[in-house]
Design a protein around this ligand. Structure first.
Ligand SMILES: [Zn+2]
Length: 112
């Protein structure tokens, strides 16, 4: 498969693996995201929720479908992480309330 550089019309023999034009050096397509970077973005989304949104949204607007999916997963992980944080906080508040209730229990009976 051959393709032509949109900047200088140089024939690119292997466009699948060429990210830069060998003639003019312009970028032909987005560099693939390495697995390591992918894991980094996911970790960022999950452990530091607001920070993961920035690469997530950025990748969502990239034409490459694979990159788009990474962005989408990052955003979903951010949402899951936020939901888990809220859920954990609610559980904590609940258990504190229950502790207070059981501690107050005997006194409530005395007041009655
Ligand atoms: Zn070129």
């Amino acid at each position: 498969m051959q393709s032509v550089c949109p900047f200088c019309n140089f024939v690119i023999i292997d466009p699948e693996n060429s990210f830069f034009c060998p003639n003019c050096g312009k970028q032909l397509k987005e560099k693939p995201i390495t697995v390591l970077k992918q894991i980094g973005i996911y970790a960022l989304s999950f452990f530091l929720p607001p920070l993961g949104l920035f690469p997530g949204i950025k990748y969502l607007f990239v034409k490459n479908t694979k990159v788009k999916i990474i962005g989408l997963v990052a955003i979903i992980l951010t949402i899951i992480s936020c939901a888990l944080t809220v859920w954990a906080t609610m559980g904590l508040i609940d258990s504190i309330n229950q502790n207070l209730n059981t501690q107050l229990g005997p006194y409530q009976n005395i007041i009655k």
